[in-house]
Design a protein around this ligand. Sequence first.
Ligand code: FAD
Length: 286
Amino acid sequence: MAASSDGLVIPAAFKPPVDSRREFIKRELDDEDERIEVGVAIVGGGPAGLACANRLLQLLADEPELLERLGEVPVAVIEKGKACGAHNLSGAMMRPSGLQALFPDLSPSDWPTYGQVAKDAVYWMLSPKRALPLKPTPPPFRNHGNYVVSVAELSRWLAEKAEEAGAYILTETSAHQLLVEDGVVRGIRSGDKGRGKDGEPLGNFEPGTDIKAHATVLAIDLPSGLDCDTGQPLGPACVRADKTVTFVAEKSGFANPDAREYTGEITVADIGCPIQIIEEVRAAGL
Ligand SMILES: Cc1cc2nc3c(=O)[nH]c(=O)nc-3n(C[C@H](O)[C@H](O)[C@H](O)COP(=O)(O)OP(=O)(O)OC[C@H]3O[C@@H](n4cnc5c(N)ncnc54)[C@H](O)[C@@H]3O)c2cc1C
């Protein structure tokens, strides 16, 4: 078992046995009459994908010729859940700035929230009967002015808004492969439906479909394709970002100068991890 000198197990040494180039990239597109064509394919009907669909349709409303060129389905959201929000299970504290910018004409009372945070208090539970208030409130716990939301409800609401604006929302459809031709992403291949637990086709089997798009947006909280231990791309479909936000500390691979081409500017987001732990991890060279 791969372990560092002090016996810690290194997760990166246990990569899953997946040949991502072969398994997740499809290079030959199905014939025109067998595939679906859309303008922009947005994979993932969570807050990011749906915000993208709404904003795109707002921008396209001012560009009628471009909208026309994008075809019958200018913006499609491909979501594997039964409905948008079905796979978003958490409650969340939401900063209002995103929705304010996206829907400047709506007031917060139109948003699907459980109200605004008026006061913060964080307690350290010393025992079942004793709690010590932490003062001042540590920055990651400060939510004054933020809104309490259910991410599932927020997604459902954003999906309704996107549909009203003209998005086509394709649920129960998972993006299984990226369609890549001449090094360019052309869309996605949806996953087969109706397979048994060992992959065998069942009576209700339906093969996946190529969904070809002028532009493809992946909004599924996915890894970028950059190996964070080496700073090297894992394959040809590695995302080139202008900006990367990384939690807690820079990944070791980011020290590789070649990684900058893929990460862009790096910002470390402090999520309240004690600095002592970060320093111990750095000293262990992990
Ligand atoms: C326990 C918990 C607490 C959290 N608390 C907060 C908080 O307080 N404040 C806050 O701002 N954030 C919080 N978050 C984070 C927040 O939920 C995420 O940042 C946010 O949901 C990310 O949005 P997204 O659209 O990028 O991705 P997601 O919400 O993950 O949406 C991705 C969507 O893509 C779909 N999908 C995935 N793969 C495929 C595929 N191959 N094909 C088709 N569809 C696919 C999924 O079904 C999902 O609907 C919390 C998260 C968790 C888990």
